[in-house]
Write a protein that binds this ligand. Structure first.
Ligand code: DQQ
Length: 538
């Protein structure tokens, strides 16, 4: 295979070639992080799916190992689909995954265990012959019955997992219980279900602390604990999460009042991010969430490139002190790749100004910036009809490519200004009778000068940021890596990842600018940017 390098990432997770999708079974065990992932060993399109496996000491440098789960037995003859790891008492990891048993994609749940617990890499995995552990009961669609979660233990000492499925258009998180991790019994009621948006994939359920940034083991419990439920909605290809409580009495998840779970709900990422999975890192007492970003070009492009799919940078995740959403931040280990620091201090941006940030490799960079403004008076009016739109549709009207009052301002990433090619990551601030609304956009519409055929997917991704503007400041961190822009607004309140394929803004030709397209003057209070080194990547 001829692998095209131009849009390959420098520091995001990728194997040397071929197709990847969901992150599977992430875990921390005896000093190593393990990442398994859905992988096609034969090409750059989805198919022939096995569990590939890499290990790392820092979540940034990765060593490839041989695949952990390859389809071979009657219970996974047609594929090894997504699943999760659980570390059982006695420090014994176990994987639960979905096996495909026939050409009709019938799904069962299997387990795999390490052949040698003292191998620090856990390279060899055994799929015992008493698999499958779970088959779809009568009345449940056995081709939409998959993606076992990490198990957690209730106060009754029984293990629990959830599986994704659908029942009459209701996304279902089927609940199973077990005493011994072998015999699993379906609970009468699902842990949770959501009407309308179809099948659940990769459901996740975990506790978070009410205060502080530390994570919790999946089985943790107690008075200051809330729960997060996340599902990947197959129909819209969006993920939504909500925050709530786990009722022990009837073993159900109850979202907090006001939580919305479909199209206006909370998302980890308002861009290209799917099939995410979280795990508790007991080495650093944090919970980490990991998501896959597929390509936004065509399958033909992928075959020509010889590769498709990346994993985004793992993020620490914790509850916002306001209790209404999660916060996310790239794991701190990422900072070890920073080199060639450059900065701007107190630079004023009048309307139309593009201030170039030089001295770094703008195609492979990490940028932290704080913008401020003298007042909120120039904020334009928020249009009530926007309530009925996705934020990305509002970004198409009011995002970085438009002109306004208080914003849009932000960073023009992967830019070749002379060619009109760039991906703006921007804020636009609006007012209504209740206060201010902050629109955050990552607009791919000008990201590539490539003609419309073959088609690239170039959306104007967007999300709203629930942030206090009383200091008249807002921060932005942006991870730029050749064909991906991962942007964190206001300390991780709203995150957007975009995949883009510039023609001109590649390698040393890529430029980075701070810009303002609004009439209010914006100050770049601090901008710190770094080139990013290339880690060991498989
Ligand atoms: N990908 C896997 C499934 C999962 C889907 C198959 C989500 O197990 O539901 O590759 O991307």
């Amino acid at each position: 295979v001829n692998v095209q390098t131009v849009h390959r990432t420098g520091y995001h997770f990728q194997p040397p070639m071929h197709w990847i999708n969901d992150p599977n079974g992430p875990m921390y065990f005896n000093g190593h992080y393990h990442l398994f992932y859905q992988y096609n060993p034969k090409g750059a399109v989805w198919g022939n799916i096995i569990w590939a496996h890499s290990v790392s000491k820092d979540l940034i440098n990765w060593i490839p190992l041989k695949p952990a789960i390859v389809w071979s037995k009657p219970f996974d003859q047609y594929g090894a689909w997504s699943g999760s790891a659980t570390i059982l008492p006695g420090n014994k990891p176990v994987i639960l995954y979905t096996g495909i048993i026939d050409p009709y994609k019938t799904q069962v749940q299997n387990y795999a265990i390490p052949a040698n617990y003292s191998d620090p890499y856990l390279e060899e995995w055994i799929k015992p012959d008493d698999n499958p552990l779970i088959v779809a009961p009568i009345g449940v669609n056995k081709t939409l019955f998959r993606d076992p979660s990490t198990a957690w233990m209730g106060q009754d000492g029984h293990w629990r997992i959830i599986l994704g499925g659908v029942r009459k258009h209701r996304g279902m998180a089927y609940l199973y219980r077990s005493r011994d991790f072998k015999k699993w019994i379906k609970a009468k009621h699902p842990l949770h279900s959501v009407a309308g948006d179809g099948n659940f994939e990769c459901p996740d359920f975990y506790p978070v602390q009410v205060t502080g940034e530390n994570g919790l083991d999946s089985s943790a419990n107690g008075p200051n604990v809330k729960y997060v439920f996340k599902a990947s909605f197959d129909k819209t290809r969006f993920e939504y999460y909500s925050i709530g409580t786990w009722s022990h009495v009837d073993d159900k998840y109850v979202p907090d009042p006001g939580m919305v779970e479909t199209w206006k709900g909370l998302r980890y990422d308002y861009g290209n991010f799917y099939a995410s999975k979280s795990f508790f890192d007991h080495g650093k007492n944090r919970r980490i969430v990991w998501g896959w970003a597929n390509e936004s070009d065509t399958p033909e492009d992928d075959m020509t490139k010889g590769w498709a799919g990346i994993q985004l940078i793992p993020r620490k995740v914790w509850l916002d002190p306001n209790g209404k959403q999660l916060l996310q931040w790239p794991v701190e280990e990422l900072n070890t790749l920073r080199t060639n620091h450059t900065q701007l201090r107190n630079q004023q941006l009048a309307k139309g100004v593009w201030n170039k940030v030089s001295g770094i490799t703008a195609a492979q960079a990490d940028v932290e910036v704080v913008f401020s403004f003298p007042s909120l008076d120039k904020a334009e009016k928020y249009e009530p009809c926007w309530n009925d739109l996705y934020a990305e549709d509002v970004c198409a009207i009011k995002g970085g490519l438009s002109e306004g009052g208080l914003g849009p301002f932000g960073l023009a990433t992967l830019a070749s200004k002379a060619d009109g090619e760039f991906t703006p990551v921007s804020f636009t601030i609006f007012k209504d009778d209740k206060g201010y609304k902050v629109l955050f956009c990552s607009d791919a519409r000008r990201s590539s000068t490539r003609k419309m055929e073959p088609k690239l997917y170039r959306p104007s991704f967007g999300g709203w940021v629930d942030v206090d503007l009383s200091q008249k400041k807002i921060s932005l961190r942006t991870l730029i890596d050749h064909s991906v822009v991962e942007a964190f607004a206001a300390g991780g309140k709203t995150v957007i990842s975009s995949r883009v394929y510039p023609e001109h803004a590649i390698y040393d030709k890529a430029e980075l600018y701070a810009f303002n397209n609004g009439t209010e003057i914006i100050t770049v209070e601090n901008l710190d940017a770094w080139s990013m080194k290339r880690p060991q990547m498989n």
